[in-house]
Ligand binder design. Structure first.
Ligand SMILES: [Fe+2]
Length: 292
């Protein structure tokens, strides 16, 4: 399929369109934002990984379940496709289209796999052609939301300046970004190969900005696991269990799940919906839950 035809397929998911739909909801002027967060869903580029570690249909099952939750919108944290090629986006859009009932706005964050190459030099042209801006902010029900592009495994100083301005708002603030900053190295760092688990360039500056702006939560994917860390006064929640392969680590924090979140004057509260277990709440007290 040509890119133009795939653009037509993606038109219903363009970010600007989702934000217009969200702004029209009566609840957008309310005081409680309710949304779902879904992590990585790409089905693996290598057949051996697919054969050994993939579980068919998890993304579809979770997307179906999310739509039954009383949420106003859904955020997918990136890595929709194994590699940012038109045919892979076409496949994702068809899978998504079979399950999505269209009622709830579905926002995307760009992941490293959504670029032309998941590692090394790459570009995000196709993602942007299909979905629109890779960095964006919006307000909903008294909360400022910011999606930040960390897909190139770095955040530039121009992005940090933009982020700082975007977070200059009263009230609750929530950031979505695909990769964790590398200093949260309990998530997926492998010795010197920390880049596997987090972005390096701008990582400390990013943490300083979200800390100074008193961000309530940072939601991240990339590592196919669940975890919570409080770092410099900000809670970081790793939620990478959208449907991608769970690589064996012997750790029970690797499981398929999605989050539902309520952001109100009472604070931010999450429930973790595990595919194979009962839902549970993330404790409000300081915690350190890490998949490693
Ligand atoms: Fe990733």
């Amino acid at each position: 399929m040509e890119l133009d035809a795939i653009r037509k397929l993606a038109a219903r998911l363009r970010t600007e369109r989702q934000l217009r739909r969200l702004a029209r909801l009566p609840s957008s002027r309310g005081q409680t934002a309710r949304f779902a967060v879904l992590g990585d869903v790409e089905p693996s580029r290598f057949w051996i990984y697919r054969k050994l570690f993939n579980r068919e249909g998890v993304f579809e099952r979770q997307l179906a379940a999310i739509q039954d939750e009383p949420v106003q919108f859904i955020v997918q944290l990136g890595d929709m496709v194994e590699k940012g090629e038109p045919r892979r986006y076409e496949s994702f859009l068809r899978r998504h289209g079979r399950v999505w009932r269209g009622g709830k706005p579905y926002l995307t964050v760009i992941g490293n796999h959504d670029r032309s190459r998941p590692n090394g030099r790459s570009h995000s042209t196709i993602y942007r052609a299909l979905f629109g801006r890779a960095n964006y902010a919006f307000d909903h029900a008294g909360t400022r939301f910011v999606a930040l592009d960390s897909s190139a495994k770095r955040v530039t100083s121009a992005q940090l300046r933009w982020l700082d301005r975007a977070l200059d708002a009263p009230g609750r603030k929530i950031v979505f970004t695909h990769m964790p900053p590398v200093q949260l190295s309990l998530w997926g760092g492998f010795g010197r190969l920390h880049a596997l688990g987090g972005f390096i360039g701008g990582a400390r500056e990013f943490a300083r900005v979200v800390s100074r702006r008193r961000v309530d939560r940072v939601y991240m994917g990339h590592v196919h696991a669940f975890g919570v860390q409080d770092h410099e006064g900000v809670r970081y929640v790793l939620t990478g269990g959208g449907g991608s392969a769970l690589f064996p680590s012997g750790n029970r924090d690797r499981f398929h799940h999605f989050l539902t979140v309520e952001s109100s004057s009472e604070g931010v509260r999450e429930r973790v919906h595990a595919l194979d277990g009962a839902p549970f709440a993330i404790p409000q007290v300081p915690v350190l839950l890490s998949p490693r």
